[in-house]
Write a protein that binds this ligand. Structure first.
Ligand SMILES: CSC[C@@H](O)[C@@H](O)C(=O)COP(=O)(O)O
Length: 406
């Protein structure tokens, strides 16, 4: 069974979001019935990953509207009933939608998918108002649109996986391919399958993946908490490394005498394979290809360049922001320093009772800097892969021109 961070049913309306803060130790879905709750899920990073953020924002609006409409239908005679005001007039409904989208847009600043999904939902609303639709019809249109977004995201991820996999087959001579990835870009960060992890899944499905090395992804450990969970769940051969080990891995694996030797530790056997590519996701890609992604991506791109290794950015076209020329225009989210100094973990006692808690590492009073993303310059990126295909730089160019990408 595939992992899904989002469980939505249209009839009866129901939205459940997997609380990723409790993974990998507990699998708990939380009910979301309002925009406010959707906002909290995103802000607190119970759901995260650029595509999933955009989807949950849209779904939280859709579910609140559906529930309000049902309440309205059942209580039309109660004059003071709150949904009455919103649902009884399309203009009031439009105002409510506008305010809700503005509010959802303040939950996280870097991933552009959120803003694009809000923009599209607002367009759907405006179209409905222009066509003089009633509130029920406008809500139906919004729900249709959101359901399609969910379906498209899954389809797009599968296409990204295929395009990326075939691109690697065309560039890499080895029959079996080993790669490095960062953060979590899998089912948990999307509606399913994943972007960078989608490519890795495709390599595995084609029997061509030797091993994926994945970083812990400090400070929030999306790699060691979430990517590990997905890779184990799908039985994909994988090895966890910490963020500071990537250059050492590339350098040791590119030495012929070290390739394919078996390193034996007390507990496991790990084949030290030659790494062919680093594959990451994106939160926002500027017109010139500069890419905002999880903090640490930039240093991975530098080390890939130094070691002559392919560096791939995999993202749906909803992560491409043609309104900005370069990465300089991307707002980088800074999060609480607590995320850096307190590590989330679990204590499992002798009865297998699990207590999830935070553990402080540095002394109290220490100052910390916690930018959540960094910008990888286009120059360091070999190819950008979306559901529309593979995009490479023109010969001799340092930047991409994504103008006609979608
Ligand atoms: C398919 S997800 C791509 C990116 O969103 C992912 O790599 C990432 O940076 C996620 O950051 P997060 O802070 O966990 O939302």
């Amino acid at each position: 069974m595939t992992l899904s961070p989002i469980l939505y049913t249209r009839d009866p309306p129901s939205l459940k979001i997997l609380n990723q803060l409790l993974l990998p130790h507990q699998k708990v879905y939380e009910n979301v019935t309002t925009v406010q709750q959707g906002y909290e899920q995103i802000k607190q990073m119970k759901v995260r990953g650029a595509p999933a953020i955009g989807l949950v924002a849209a779904l939280s609006l859709a579910i609140e509207l559906q529930i309000k409409y049902l309440e309205f239908s059942n209580n039309q005679n109660h004059k003071d009933f709150e949904p009455l005001n919103i649902i009884s007039s399309p203009t009031a409904l439009g105002e409510f939608i506008r305010k809700s989208l503005d509010y959802l847009n303040t939950s996280r600043p870097t991933a552009v998918n959120l803003f694009l999904s809000s923009k599209k939902l607002w367009e759907v609303t405006c179209d409905g108002l222009k066509e003089n639709l009633n509130s029920k019809e406008i809500i139906e249109k919004i729900v249709d649109f959101v359901v399609k977004m969910l379906e498209d995201d899954l389809k797009d991820n599968k296409n990204i996986g295929k395009f990326g996999g075939e691109f690697l087959f065309s560039k890499v001579d080895n029959e079996m391919i080993s790669v490095v990835t960062h953060c979590n870009t899998g089912s948990l960060a999307t509606s399913g399958y994943g972007t960078a992890l989608g490519i890795i899944r495709y390599l595995h499905e084609q029997g061509r993946l030797s091993r994926v090395y994945f970083t812990e992804t400090r400070p929030y450990n999306q790699g060691s908490r979430l990517t590990s969970y997905e890779l184990l769940h799908d039985q994909i051969p994988s090895t966890l490394i910490c963020d500071s080990m990537v250059s050492a891995l590339l350098s040791s694996s590119s030495l012929p005498h070290i390739n394919n030797i078996i390193e034996q530790s007390q507990t496991n056997l790990t084949t030290c394979n030659q790494i062919s590519a680093i594959i990451v996701g994106a939160d926002r890609i500027a017109k010139n290809g500069d890419t905002a992604n999880k903090i640490g991506t930039y240093q991975l791109a530098i080390t890939a360049k130094y070691h002559g290794i392919i560096f791939i950015v995999a993202a749906p076209s909803t992560s491409i922001d043609l309104n900005i020329e370069s990465g300089k225009d991307i707002i980088i989210e800074e999060r609480s320093e607590d995320e850096l100094v307190l590590v989330n973990g679990a204590i499992i006692n002798e009865n297998d009772n699990i207590i999830i808690d935070k553990v402080r590492v540095p002394p109290k009073g220490v100052k910390a800097w916690n930018p959540s993303f960094d910008i990888t310059p286009a120059e360091l990126i070999t190819a950008i892969i979306s559901e529309e295909g593979v995009f490479e730089k023109k010969l001799g160019m340092k930047e991409f021109d994504l103008t006609n990408f979608k």
